[in-house]
Design a protein around this ligand. Structure first.
Ligand code: 6PG
Length: 216
């Protein structure tokens, strides 16, 4: 089931998502099980990271029950300004009491292909699988590029066709930057996928997606 929620401002979106995320963590606390979450990169998640790092969420969410993974990472070191982990660490992770062992970053500084394999193994080690034997994240946050890409699954890329591997190396079509990304089998198997999309420049791609009339 998919739902579209429209908020007046990005701040309102962040407040609503933070509240829902807190509720999900609480449900997992009561069940005594962790919440496995894959974070998105790009600029949009920053509004949510900043919100979660503030009161009441900073102190009220049981962060030790949360395991953070990433849907993709740029092949840069964590301190690089384009690092998805680096952004999350600066805006959120360094402000909340989450055990460092619950933070499963993609090592953007490592050689890409071996790291894609290593990360797939890390996902398999932690994230429970379902009957399909594919690890099933509880929540996956995704942004949407103006070309409709999600994670680092860019239109026309052969990685879009990957149905076996959990992770793959991708290349940004304009910058040539190498990325490591989860593949569609992982995304499509998640219990919940949240697309956070803000800004007028995304209205066209969102309209295309919602109308279901793919152009490419
Ligand atoms: C990344 C993201 C990517 C992003 C979209 C939207 O690493 O860049 O995974 O898929 O979510 O490009 O980016 P913005 O939120 O910056 O518009």
């Amino acid at each position: 089931m998919s739902r579209v929620r429209i908020y007046p401002t990005a701040g309102d979106l962040a407040d609503a998502v933070a509240q829902e995320f807190a509720r999900a963590v609480e449900q997992h606390v009561h069940r005594g099980i962790p919440l496995f979450v894959a974070l998105s990169g790009g600029t949009t998640p920053a509004i949510l990271f900043r919100r979660l790092a503030q009161s009441p969420w900073q102190e009220s969410i049981s962060w030790r029950r949360v395991h953070f993974f990433w849907g993709d990472e740029r092949c840069v070191p964590p301190e690089h300004p384009e690092s998805n982990f680096g952004q999350a660490d600066t805006l959120l992770l360094s402000h909340i009491p989450i055990p460092r062992e619950n933070i499963h970053r993609i090592r953007g500084e490592a050689p890409a292909e071996p790291e894609a394999e290593r990360y797939a193994e890390e996902i398999r080690r932690w994230v429970p699988v379902d009957e399909t034997e594919v690890p099933r994240f509880d929540w996956i946050f995704l942004g949407v590029g103006e070309d409709g890409h999600i994670a680092s699954l860019f239109p026309g890329s052969p990685v879009l066709e990957e149905r076996k591997r959990l992770c793959a190396v991708a290349t940004h079509p304009h910058t040539g930057q190498q990325r490591i990304t989860v593949t569609f089998p992982v995304i499509n198997n998640a219990r919940r996928i949240l697309f956070l999309v803000t800004g007028a420049k995304k209205s066209g791609v969102v309209r295309e997606i919602l109308k279901g009339e793919p152009t490419a």
